[in-house]
Structure formats: structure tokens, C-alpha cells
Design a protein around this ligand. Structure first.
Ligand code: C2E
Ligand code: MG
Ligand code: MG
Length: 401
């Protein structure tokens, strides 16, 4: 059940008219090593199955204007050999009838699930598929008991590490990004790639995000007194960008911390924004009105339309590590970076390059006029104590003369 090395990732399509459901399934699919697309309407789904040979289709039977059954015909006409998972709020008999119909049409059915969707059951279904689907990530995520994570959050086992953002020319500290870790007595130190998707799938993400926000603001406050221009960046889960109460909750956390809103940067990935554009635009605009800054993380890796993305009230743009890491060897990467530098300047966005590991890369980025960098060259994510000690350093990694 492993994906052979070098073969393309299996592809999953989730057809559901609820943006949050699509997002949850997409994130769960990613933890299994599947490339996932979403479709909100029957027309969109039909277009996709005609264009892409999906390995798995997760289908909501009750779409707003149509029933999901209509897609079965399109799948058959497209000669699809996708495995189907039916999701529906209807009772089990309806789901079973749909499964029988699909089988009669010569389609493969992995199983049916009720709503609200239990992601651990979806993951179990996908992992049980005979071929191509379900890679190592699945075992990692499935292995952790959500109750253990819930207890870990309550017991303050989630800790904040801080990675500096520095100016590339002068090597001065301008801010820190919070990167969380779970220090679990049972599992050891767990990286965010393992527990964040689990928190998202199990409804724990809001609790986790606010804990991280409160903890990091509290730890950050004295640093800010030493260095008043410094910012604190916290990563937001894409799920949070569908929570309309987010701006109030962020304001409440800020009010309790005595850190001014302008010192807080919330980092979101471009895919997150496009899941439910209207909700994301609403939440982000209200956060900006409250004075909080917003950053597009991993810029260049999503499939967002540039126009929609740049219409949102971002204040910062972070060039993804993949361009930074390859910029010395891939002749296209510096061209892309140069274009992003000029785009950021035109739009008045702060620009940060992440994943800078060597002086050579830092030198090239400086030459390309990228102002700020982050990466192991300057410091790995540091504990609060280590960061407090290094705060006294005036220069981070000696710049090349
Ligand atoms: P990100 O926000 O893009 O963070 C950058 C990641 O790159 C971090 O991985 C960081 O440790 C790593 N990194 C930094 N400098 C270098 C470098 O020079 N070379 C290389 N190879 N890697 C570098 P980390 O800490 O494992 O976090 C991974 C992702 O997990 C983050 O990506 C972020 O999306 C997410 N994450 C981390 N903490 C949180 C959190 O508190 N909440 C949420 N929602 N997501 C988080
Ligand atoms: Mg980030
Ligand atoms: Mg990033």
C-alpha cells in the first residue's frame, strides 16, 4: 500500500458544497500523501473528472442543486477507475443504495460515511484501499490518539519555539515566527506536521491556536520592550480562516497581553485563502481593521489566482523555501524571485525569504533585493530561553563583506 518512489501522488477529488468539509478532507488527504482537489458543484466536479484521472473520489450525496449520483454517470463515461467514498447526512440505507448503484455502473466503492464527517474513519477507509493510496503519512497521523493530543493541549505540552526574521543586509532582527512543538510524555517531541493536521481533523485546532497565541504573546512581551519594532508571527490553520469569530478572539488575546496589534503578524498559506474566499476576505479585512498584520506564507506553492490573492489585505509575503533552496542551481528560481521582489515592492508588501541555509543563498537574495530572510543560517527555531539570550546579539550571522 505504499506509493512507489518516483511515482506521482495518487489524486483525490472531494465533491462537497460545504467549504469546511472540502477543506477538512483535503487536509486529511494530504497527510496520507494524496494530492487533493475540491469541487463545490456538480458542474465543477464533472469538469474535473473529465480532465483528471482521480484515484479516489469523496462524494457528498446532497449537493445544493443536484444529487451526487449524477456524477456517477460522468465518472463512468470518463472511464474512471476511481474508488468512491460516499458521504451523506442521509440515513445509512440511502448511502447503501447509492453504493449499490455505483457498483452496478461498474464503479468501485470503498465505503460510506455519515455527516458530520469523522475524519479518522475516512482515513481508515483510505488506508484500507488495495493499491496506490495511503502512504507513510497516514500511519504517522493515525497512530496518535486524538484524546492524547486533547490532553496535551490542556496540560500545556504544546511549546512555542521562535525563529528570527532578519534584514539580509545589516543582519538585524526584525521579528520572530512562532513554530510550535508538542512535548508529549508518551511520544517525545512531535513536529507540527504531525499534530496540526490531527488537530484540524478532530476539532481541536481552535483551542490549540488560541493556546499558542496566548502563550507566544506572553513570552514575546518583554522582548518587545527591549526592541520596540520587533514583530511576532503566528501561523494560522486554514480552518481558522472559516471561523468568523476569529478577529474578536485575536483582539481578546491581544488585549490580555499588552502587545499592540501592529506587532502581531498572522501567517496564512495561499491555499487557505482560496478555500472559502468570501469568509477569508471577511475575516482578514476585520483583522486588518483591528491593526493586525497578515502574511502570505509559502508564496508560490498554491494554485491561488494571483489577482484574488493580491486583492486581499496582506502586509507581507513569504517566498517559499522551494525557490530559495534551488536559487543557486535552478536558473528559473532567481527570475521568479526577482519578479516577486518587484511585485512586493509595487504593492507595498514586506518581503521575506524563508529557508535560507547558506551564505551563498543569502548573498544571491541580497543581490536580488530581497530585504528580509529567515533560515538556519541565522538560527533554527529557538527555545524561549535561547532566544532571550540571543536577543542581545546585534548582528545575526556575519554578512559577507
Ligand atoms: P512554515 O510556517 O512555512 O514554517 C517554516 C518551516 O521551515 C518550519 O518547519 C521551520 O522550522 C523550517 N525551517 C526554517 N528555516 C529553515 C531552513 O533554513 N531550512 C529548512 N529546511 N527548514 C527551515 P516546522 O517548524 O517543522 O513547521 C512546519 C510547518 O508547520 C510550518 O511551516 C507551519 O505551516 C506549520 N506550523 C508550525 N507551527 C504551527 C502553529 O503553531 N500553528 C499552525 N497552524 N501551523 C504551524
Ligand atoms: Mg509560517
Ligand atoms: Mg513557509
Amino acid at each position: 500500500m505504499q506509493v512507489p518512489a518516483g511515482s506521482p501522488s495518487p489524486r483525490l477529488l472531494v465533491v462537497d458544497d460545504e467549504a469546511v468539509q472540502r477543506l477538512i478532507v483535503t487536509r486529511a488527504a494530504k497527510t496520507l500523501g494524496l494530492a487533493a482537489d475540491g469541487a463545490a458543484t456538480l458542474a465543477e466536479a464533472v469538469e474535473r473528472v473529465q480532465a483528471v484521472a482521480y484515484d479516489v473520489v469523496v462524494l457528498d450525496l446532497g449537493l445544493r442543486d443536484h444529487d451526487g449520483i449524477e456524477l456517477l454517470r460522468s465518472l463512468r463515461e470518463a472511464g474512471s477507475d476511481a474508488v468512491l467514498v460516499f458521504v451523506s447526512g442521509f440515513d445509512e440505507r440511502v448511502r447503501q443504495a447509492a453504493a449499490r448503484l455505483a457498483a452496478a455502473l461498474g464503479l468501485r466503492v470503498a465505503g460510506t460515511l455519515g455527516k458530520p464527517l469523522q475524519v479518522d474513519r475516512l482515513v481508515a477507509l483510505l488506508r484500507a484501499l488495495p493499491d496506490r493510496v495511503g502512504s507513510q503519512g497516514a500511519e504517522e497521523t493515525a497512530e496518535i490518539d486524538p484524546a492524547l493530543l486533547a490532553a496535551g493541549i490542556e496540560n500545556n505540552e504544546i511549546i512555542c519555539l521562535f525563529q528570527p526574521k532578519v534584514t539580509l543586509r545589516e543582519r538585524r532582527l526584525v521579528g520572530v515566527e512562532v513554530l510550535s512543538r508538542w512535548r508529549s510524555p508518551a511520544l517525545g517531541l512531535v513536529r507540527p506536521d504531525r499534530f496540526i493536521p490531527l488537530a484540524e481533523c478532530t476539532g481541536l485546532i481552535d483551542r490549540l491556536t488560541y493556546r499558542i497565541l496566548e502563550q507566544s504573546l506572553r513570552l514575546f512581551r518583554p522582548w518587545r520592550q527591549q526592541q520596540p519594532d520587533m514583530t511576532l508571527a503566528v501561523n494560522l490553520s486554514p480552518i481558522s480562516l472559516t471561523d468568523l469569530a476569529l478577529p474578536e478572539r485575536v483582539s481578546a488575546a491581544l488585549a490580555g497581553s499588552e502587545v499592540p496589534p501592529a506587532a502581531l503578524v498572522l501567517e496564512v498559506t495561499e491555499g487557505a485563502v482560496m478555500t472559502d474566499y468570501v469568509a477569508a476576505a471577511d475575516i482578514m479585512t476585520r483583522l486588518r481593521i483591528r491593526g493586525v498584520k497578515l502574511s502570505i506564507d509559502d508564496f508560490g506553492t498554491g494554485h491561488a489566482s494571483l489577482l484574488s490573492l493580491l486583492r486581499l489585505p496582506f502586509s507581507e509575503l513569504k517566498i517559499d523555501q522551494s525557490f530559495v533552496r534551488t536559487c543557486l542551481h535552478d536558473p528559473e528560481a532567481p527570475k521568479i524571485i526577482r519578479a516577486v521582489v518587484s511585485l512586493a515592492r509595487e504593492l507595498g508588501l514586506q518581503l521575506v525569504a524563508e529557508g535560507i541555509e547558506t551564505e551563498e543563498v543569502a548573498a544571491l537574495l541580497t543581490q536580488l533585493r530581497c530585504p528580509i530572510g529567515q533560515g538556519y543560517l541565522f538560527a533554527p527555531p529557538l527555545s524561549h530561553t535561547a532566544m532571550t539570550e540571543r536577543l542581545r546579539e546585534s548582528v545575526w550571522a556575519e554578512a559577507v563583506p
